[in-house]
Design a protein around this ligand. Sequence first.
Ligand SMILES: [Zn+2]
Length: 132
Amino acid sequence: MVRIYRGRRTDSGATVVTVDGTRVLLPDAGALAVRFDWGQASAGSTALARALLLDHLDALPARSVLHRFAFTTVQTWTEDRWTCTMFELDAALRHVQQQLRLTCPLCADTGRREVTARLWRACACRPLQPEA
Ligand SMILES: [Zn+2]
């Protein structure tokens, strides 16, 4: 099944983002105080990009990937309504990886990825290194 993300601005200026028309997408724990936004460079646009990638990848993207992704997708959505399929997200993400010359979008090829704001783990893209 193709997952479809949709965003709209309400008459009161609030923003609503849904997944497959039913589930409401919310900012992740690292950006709870931020209201989703799009069409400009803003904390809300970054929070939306982060939530979209987290939902799509089931893991947080590396910050360099997140910011480039926000710049090439969310920040370009200037209408009050937008629709984005999982395939479009995937294509945009692959494009970002090519631009940044990265293999892994989760750790940006560093071998360590962000789990929460304070917790980092070894990334599954690398075999475990023996302790020195
Ligand atoms: Zn990795």
